[in-house]
Design a protein around this ligand. Structure first.
Ligand code: COA
Length: 262
């Protein structure tokens, strides 16, 4: 049974893990405990072969996640601030970005600060038409500390990222779609259905190929790597997988493949 903890609710449906961040009275703000619980859940999800994809959302009608918990860091020192940021990067944000199974953010309302950073760390984003997104940290005398300065620029380009960060402006669902932050927009009622429609396609494909594709795409954003060289290497390695043999056999035998993720 997947861990359901105080602030993290888990449900498995059709090989998909639905994770709900559950602090609705604080608009699902990410406190230390929520970061730890999310990390534990992700580790378990990584190790369970039957889980093919993850959908991540927020509890309630109002917010996905309204940011890091402001009350919790109000008296932090420089060292504590650094620790807060690096702990989050390591345990949740980078962890999600490099996760071997696709993670979809179902953005069901406010996604601010750490909330937008969480959505941007996910592999894709489906947003409801009431969603409001932004990185308002400069209003608090801070900068984004969970990867927002980097991932926003990757998604929308440097100019728009600088504008959003230095003005602290929120954007709506249509703007997020226009700028490439949102892959799809739905009504709030249809949000999870749209996510499950995407995961149903993912679940029928090769888990090893999907894991490799995520790794190679991410390699292109790693300044220490050459994405093209990583692609050549990983493309070659694919021929040694059981999934490759199964995929090609199924095609030639005119049947559906049964991928095992090996
Ligand atoms: N950290 C801690 N608590 C938060 C929070 C956060 N990031 N965002 C919201 N909350 C809490 C509020 O303090 C309030 O708690 P309370 O009822 O105990 O006072 C509760 O969630 C509801 O929020 P509230 O501000 O009353 O809702 P609202 O509808 O008036 O405003 C927002 C919604 C999202 C505009 C507003 O909550 C907000 O600006 N939040 C902070 C966003 C932010 O700066 N995030 C980046 C943090 S680095």
């Amino acid at each position: 049974m997947v861990i359901t903890s105080e602030h993290i609710l888990c449900e498995i449906k059709n090989e998909v893990l639905l994770i709900t961040i559950n602090r609705p009275d604080k608009l699902n703000a990410l406190n230390k405990q929520t970061i730890e619980e999310l990390h534990e859940t992700l580790i378990e999800a990584e190790n369970r072969n039957e889980i093919r994809a993850i959908i991540l959302t927020g509890a309630g009608q109002k917010a996905f996640v309204a940011g890091a918990d402001i009350a919790e860091f109000s008296d932090f020192s420089v060292e504590q601030g650094k620790q807060l940021s690096s702990n989050g990067h390591f345990k949740v944000f980078n962890f999600i970005e490099n996760f071997s199974k696709p993670i979809i953010a179902a953005v069901n309302g406010f996604a601010l600060g750490g909330g937008l950073e969480l959505a941007m760390a996910c592999h894709l984003r489906v947003v409801s038409d009431n969603a409001k997104m932004g990185l308002p940290e400069v209003s608090l005398g801070l900068i984004p500390g969970y990867g927002g300065t980097q991932r926003l620029a990757h998604l929308v380009g440097k100019g728009k990222a600088i504008e959003m960060i230095v003005t602290a402006d929120m954007i709506n669902a249509q703007e997020a779609y226009k700028w490439g932050i949102a892959n799809h927009i739905t009504t709030q009622d249809e949000l999870l259905n749209k996510c499950f429609e995407i995961t149903s396609k993912i679940s029928s494909k090769s888990p090893t190929a999907i894991k490799t594709a995520i790794k190679v795409i991410n390699a292109g954003y790693n300044t220490k790597l050459n994405g093209y060289e990583v692609e050549i290497e990983e493309f070659g390695k694919s021929f040694a997988t059981k999934d490759f043999k199964e995929g090609v056999s199924a095609f030639l035998e005119k049947r559906k493949p049964n991928f095992t993720g090996e």
